[in-house]
Design a protein around this ligand. Structure first.
Ligand SMILES: [Zn+2]
Length: 261
């Protein structure tokens, strides 16, 4: 069918991987018949629509409110490395010993990768669009967008996959740009709820599509390596906007995630 040509599966191999915890794509496939996501979706949607994580149109600058406005306000690299030395000492080790002496430098360099999203503008990433699509106006879905993030409460890794769809309004955007927008928000300190809304907000703001759907399924290591120690839990969040806010379109989005059969 025509629409399958526009469905990009970034990581089909994830379906074949077996790990201690089921990977998100595997979760979807494994539970496809029971359809637990569909059954629980109303609760998820109500939660995200009614909770404080949902952006509203009145919110000031929803796209950029987390970005660092003034680079001069940031501490220097030396101050950041000193802070890491303090944490090493606080943990009970000697930051001057051989194995740790360069660790603050490495940690700060790692932070530059982990939090690169503060310097990126998702609307700019989505700014180049294409109108020569021969009238294509159906759902565009990029699924299995792997990401690594860090939760804002513990600064511990959040590893997951995002599935992003939109209904074009006369123009489409490069498919890889949708994946890059996920990365922009993943590379900031956030919650999964906020990140899900932000991805939807950015696509709405940049493309003015007829609808947007975002589903994120992620493992939070602050739940598996500390605290409640729930190694196999995963968290699903969704945002449905515009024409996706109907039971039929929500169902179609979820069916396509499972494999469009
Ligand atoms: Zn956390």
């Amino acid at each position: 069918m025509m629409k399958t040509h526009y469905t990009i599966d970034i990581d089909q191999s994830a379906l074949n991987n077996t790990t201690l915890c089921e990977q998100p794509a595997r979760f979807m496939a494994h539970h496809g018949l029971a359809n637990p996501i569909g059954n629980s979706m109303d609760a998820i949607v109500n939660k995200t629509n009614g909770g404080d994580v949902n952006e509203t149109s009145e919110a000031p600058s929803p796209i950029d409110q987390q970005s660092v406005a003034n680079d001069d306000m940031r501490p220097s690299r030396e101050e950041a490395e000193a802070a890491v030395r303090t944490l090493i000492e606080w943990a009970g080790d000697d930051p001057a010993r051989e194995g740790l002496v360069d660790t603050p430098m490495r940690v700060v360099k790692s932070f530059e990768e982990f939090f690169a999203g503060y310097k990126q503008d998702p609307v700019e990433i989505l700014s180049r669009t294409f109108e020569e699509v021969e009238g294509y106006d159906d759902l565009v879905l990029v699924r299995n967008i792997e990401f690594e993030s860090h939760c804002e409460h513990h600064m511990v890794p959040v590893i997951g996959k995002a599935h992003v769809a939109y209904l074009p309004n006369g123009k489409v955007v490069g498919l890889s740009k949708l994946a890059r927008v996920v990365d922009v928000y993943a590379k900031r300190l956030s919650t999964q709820e906020t990140m899900t809304a932000q991805v939807a907000n950015a696509i709405e703001a940049a493309l003015n599509p007829r609808g947007v759907a975002v589903l994120i399924d992620a493992d939070h290591q602050c739940m598996s390596t500390r605290g409640v120690y729930k190694k196999c839990s995963s968290t699903i969040t969704t945002q449905f906007r515009g024409d996706f806010k109907t039971p039929e379109m929500e169902r179609r989005f979820l069916d396509m995630l499972r494999g469009y059969q």
